[in-house]
Design a protein around this ligand. Structure first.
Ligand code: NI
Ligand code: MN
Length: 230
């Protein structure tokens, strides 16, 4: 069993497992560090943590072209359904078994308006746990450090945590280090940094802090790079 994680920069990743490919937060074409065009993306499903443009990204065009199902919180799913997208509405705390694997939405502490929606719909942001290929991956979305993360450390075994470290809009490196202490994952990949000047961070410094102060490994991926769990 194995699971590959391709990093596209910012919070955009592809998870490739034995039963399918899932893209989370499909921010391709307006993502200046991304090396892949939205028109090239092939996937079976798309997870969206919240409606901000740097996360909802190209979900609509990719889902329309590929027929991928979009799973997200119910309000955002309704918005996407109105755009003719096949969706699977969920909400924070809920799990669902898809063909490619199992998904659970978990708490994230952030905003959640839909940028593309002229009605400015506000929706709850979430983090996403995907279990596929025998591994459990937690994508934190955009979030502050929250005490809810302690629940993941206590009740969910997380093999890999994708945590924002950019600061300003989300946790910075110090709070992300505390998140690692709460979540207790086997490994961490930092995300949501170095995409814009205001979220520039030293990922090597974060890696040193994680690996000296917690039992977790830290893997730094450049956009276009892949990490495989096996
Ligand atoms: Ni956001
Ligand atoms: Mn963001």
């Amino acid at each position: 069993m194995s699971l590959s994680i391709a990093y596209h920069g910012h919070a955009c990743v592809s998870l490739v497992g034995p039963d399918g490919t899932v893209v989370i937060d499909p921010f391709f074409d307006d993502n200046r560090v991304c090396t892949v065009a939205a028109s090239e993306v092939q996937c079976d499903a798309i997870g969206v943590t919240h409606g901000h443009h740097d996360h909802l990204g190209d979900a609509i065009s990719i889902a329309k072209r590929t027929g991928a199902v979009v799973f997200t919180t119910a309000e955002l799913a309704k918005f996407l359904q109105e755009h003719g997208i096949t969706t699977h509405a969920m909400h924070v705390g809920g799990s669902h078994r898809f063909r490619f694997g199992e998904v659970k939405l978990v708490a994230a502490f952030h905003g959640g308006s839909i940028a593309e929606d002229t009605g400015h719909t506000v929706c709850t942001p979430c983090g996403i746990i995907v279990r596929m290929g025998g591994f459990s991956v937690y994508h934190a979305g955009d979030t502050a450090l929250t005490i809810e993360m302690e629940l993941l450390g206590r009740y969910d075994h997380i093999d890999l945590a994708l945590l924002p470290i950019g600061d300003n809009y989300t946790m910075g490196p110090e709070d992300a280090l505390h998140a690692v202490e709460l979540i207790r994952p086997e490994a961490v990949i930092p995300i949501h940094y170095n995409t814009f000047p205001v979220i520039e961070q030293d990922a090597e410094q974060f890696k040193r802090a994680v690996e000296t102060q917690t039992p977790a490994r830290c893997v730094i991926l450049q956009p276009g790079e892949t990490h495989t769990l096996e």
